[in-house]
Design a protein around this ligand. Sequence first.
Ligand SMILES: Cc1ncc(COP(=O)(O)O)c(C=O)c1O
Length: 174
Amino acid sequence: MLVVLDEAYCHFVTAPDAVDGLALAREYDNVAVLRTFSKAYGLAGLRVGFCVADPAVTATLRKVVTTFSVSAVAQAAAIACLEPAAEKELTDRVAEVVSERSRVTERLAALGAAVPDSQANFLWLPLGERSATFAKECEKRGIILRAFPDAGVRVTIGAPHENDAFLEAAAALL
Ligand SMILES: Cc1ncc(COP(=O)(O)O)c(C=O)c1O
């Protein structure tokens, strides 16, 4: 059995007990780790990611992957992201998201919203049947959220001024 760990949001994880997927992939030949450049690296538009797994797994993946699915530009950008020179930019960007995540969570809690702890670059607001209306009202204010009708809304953490705009809307609507 193959165990696939989707580590799309791993850079934003601060929980000390989080698993180290790359260590597990090194230890077990049936563990595959998937990573994307769409989140912490900010390259969503380039559609590029990678898999770390035993050569038997990656060889099989190569047989079925769509030919030329990752452009030369995307490959060059992805490789540049992994260079030591890009490390500081990544850690700064992630640190801002993590700090803003705490700030927005605390403010929402102060507004009476029950926001579960997030280890990603987004928050979950469990608004139940109010979800669709909340998202629609936010959209009128220029804030686009992902609503899951009758369950909640997913709020991506943005730049501080964007988060402020969301918090202002949340204060008016919650
Ligand atoms: C859990 C999870 N895994 C993987 C991805 C993959 O992102 P992409 O297709 O942009 O590489 C996403 C993007 O939203 C995600 O939320």
